[in-house]
Design a protein around this ligand. Structure first.
Ligand code: CUK
Ligand code: CUA
Ligand code: CA
Length: 618
């Protein structure tokens, strides 16, 4: 403690004026400046961090700078706390098989990106990918609940995802109009059993979705694969880094070339080609697929794509907040590659020569660079997986150095992180309002940072103060495996609501005293209301073999007055928030008495809040 305090006095910059010359903190005093960023009990964080949850299939919300986990949003997973994957409404969003069971129970989220207006978050939606089953989900930010999921055709490994940053085109929709998604794995087209042993015939498609309808608008067939996706601020360009331009099927083959690429998509030209009917369809699907492969796009003036060579198996592509540069991290090369947006646009205008000429900087920054984030002062922060470090470097200096200036000071600072960082992201860093306050390092290994809990360690999220010349580690917090990317959104961008409107649910049970049981052959519908501390029916009787649907509307209007509904032995468990309606359907195949009880602590008589489901023997 005393050591930490001493270090604090010596190292922490004063509150108002960041000290430019503060000495670097040592790893042994990580709490050096925590006090300054402490969020005291009862106070709120400055930012929402909206984070992917990896193969948990969910999305999470953390407070920044406290690191408090505030919410888990079930998306591609099943969550009995809210009943996600259990209620009919959530099953319809996830997608069901003809027998009513879920099509998928698993998912793998990596990249969360928000809707934009004026080059910054408008707080309406975020989208997230599912690498496992090739899906894209939308989450509305007023309730932080998933409202739509689309499975993309003709692809596998939907990895990179980014939203359109240009202003909404259709004012009636008033949010980001397109979402772009890159496929990481190449597959036979169509993948119906043909060409399985002819990898040279496999293909990878880049997908554009309509952000409002969530329908697939078009796809673009590329050479090689795609990893991450980034977009320009004007809606003209999207880009994806490629680590497998070799089209290898084994990892050795995927790293045989010295350079891979960052592929740029000329969005307007692709949309013109689709309009003009210059596309194919695959199998019996109707989605237009344009040809973005290099051979078909040799003339820059008509090209849909531009492949900019980048060393070697790059990972990550990120756009600087001024929109001027796309930066790829080298992964197997100790470099970052700076590509000028303007030069890519010029190449498409036929004013460039080789695509490689669009590269304006390629600084050596350290080992295993993966992802880059930006502050508001022209600096970049790249995670170094192998070095277990974050490196801070200046973009303009990197460009000068590339042009031959030997005095350009590119690398400005390094800081150890614990350990092996994957994504790094800054506060508001993917908007024009990057504020240069915080950098979060998402570390893949925590090793000794927390109490040991058996073979699986949690991960570490480390928050770093980037307001002064030297990066300062503020805090560690745990993260359940495994978050990848996140966005740090200023809290004033988000306006949530706490109570639903009953009319949002067409099947709402409007009568708070509802006793309605409707029978239609073997189908029984029970319309139930909840109001603390009781359900409107104390008991309801069905016959063994009936297909029972229970529709439950929560009539409580008090913020956070949520009720649950669990049915023993029938595997039913879900909640209804204030004024919300949810329903479940199940086969009453077991005779007996089943106490339906409130699972969510709501009232002093919460334990008494139950109803009797009686299933009469057939
Ligand atoms: S990928 Cu996870 S660390 Cu899926 Cu964004 Cu780079
Ligand atoms: Cu209602 Cu607990
Ligand atoms: Ca490669």
């Amino acid at each position: 403690m005393s050591l930490g305090l001493t270090a604090c006095k010596e190292n922490a910059p004063p509150k108002t004026e960041p000290a430019a010359s503060a000495p670097a903190p040592v790893a042994a005093a990580p709490a050096a400046s925590h006090g300054k960023f402490e969020v005291p009990p009862g106070q709120l964080d400055d930012y929402y961090s909206i984070s992917s949850g990896g193969h948990s299939g969910e999305v999470r919300i953390y407070g920044v700078p406290s690191g408090r986990e505030i919410k888990r949003i079930p998306v591609f997973n099943i969550d009995p706390m809210v009943g996600w994957g259990i209620t009919n409404e959530s099953k319809a969003i996830i997608g069901t098989k003809p027998d009513g069971s879920l099509k998928y129970k698993t998912g793998d989220t990596h990249h969360v990106h928000g809707s934009y207006t004026d080059g910054t978050y408008d707080g309406k939606y975020v989208w997230v990918n599912d690498k496992l089953h090739g899906r894209v989900a939308r989450i509305r930010c007023d309730t932080f609940e998933c409202d739509k999921i689309t499975e993309l055709p003709n692809i596998q490994g939907q990895h990179g995802l980014f939203t359109d940053k240009r202003d909404p085109v259709d004012q009636s929709i008033n949010h980001t109009t397109r979402v772009f998604a890159g496929a990481e794995f190449h597959i036979p087209l169509p993948n119906d059993g043909r060409d399985v042993n002819s990898p040279e015939k496999y293909g990878c498609l880049f997908t554009c979705l309509d952000a409002d309808s969530m329908e697939v608008k078009w796809q673009c067939h590329v050479d090689g694969n795609m990893d991450l996706v980034a977009t320009s601020y004007d809606g003209k360009l999207a880009a994806s880094n490629q680590y497998n331009t070799e089209n290898g099927v084994h990892y050795e083959d995927m790293m045989s070339a010295e350079r891979d690429a960052c592929v740029f998509f000329n969005i307007a030209r692709i949309e013109e080609a689709v309009k003009a009917g210059k596309f194919v369809t695959i199998g019996d699907l109707k989605v237009p697929v344009v040809d973005g492969r290099a051979k078909a796009n040799a003339d820059p003036k008509t090209a849909l794509t531009c492949y900019v060579p980048v060393p070697k198996n790059p990972h990550g592509v990120n756009v600087s907040p001024d929109g001027k540069y796309f930066v790829c991290s080298g992964k197997l090369s100790p470099t970052a590659t700076v590509i000028a947006t303007e030069l890519v646009e010029k190449w498409f205008d036929g004013e460039g020569k080789e695509p490689r000429d669009c590269v304006v900087g390629e600084p050596e920054i350290g080992l295993g660079p993966l992802h880059t984030a930006f502050d508001n002062k022209g600096n970049a922060y790249t995670t170094l997986f192998l070095d277990s470090m974050i490196v801070k470097w200046n973009v303009d200096a990197a460009i000068k150095s590339f042009a031959g200036d030997k005095n350009a000071k590119v690398v400005l600072d390094r800081i150890d992180v614990h350990y092996q960082p994957g994504h790094g992201y800054t506060s508001m860093g993917e908007t024009k309002e990057a504020d240069g306050r915080f950098f979060n390092s998402g570390n893949k290994f925590s090793k000794d940072r927390f109490l040991p809990v058996g073979p699986l360690h949690c991960e570490t999220e480390q928050l770093i103060d980037i307001t002064s010349d030297k990066m300062v580690l503020i805090s560690d917090h745990t993260a359940y495996p495994e978050p990848h990317d996140a966005i740090i959104v200023a809290r004033n961008k988000i306006k949530t609501r706490q109570i639903y409107d009953m009319d949002e649910f067409p099947h709402a049970v409007k009568d708070p005293k509802s006793q309605t049981i409707t029978r239609n052959g073997k189908k029984v519908t029970i319309q139930l209301a909840s109001q603390a501390p009781a359900y409107s029916m104390r008991e309801f009787t069905v016959k063994q073999g009936d297909e029972v649907t229970i529709i439950l509307t929560n009539h409580d209007k008090v913020e956070d007055l949520t009720h649950g509904f669990g049915i023993p032995k029938y595997d039913i468990c879900f909640i209804v928030n204030p004024q919300q309606t949810a329903s479940v359907t199940f086969k009453a195949d077991k005779p007996g008495v089943f106490w339906c009880y409130c699972t969510h602590f709501c009232h002093a008589l919460h334990l008494e809040m139950r109803s009797r489901l009686i299933v009469e023997k057939a």
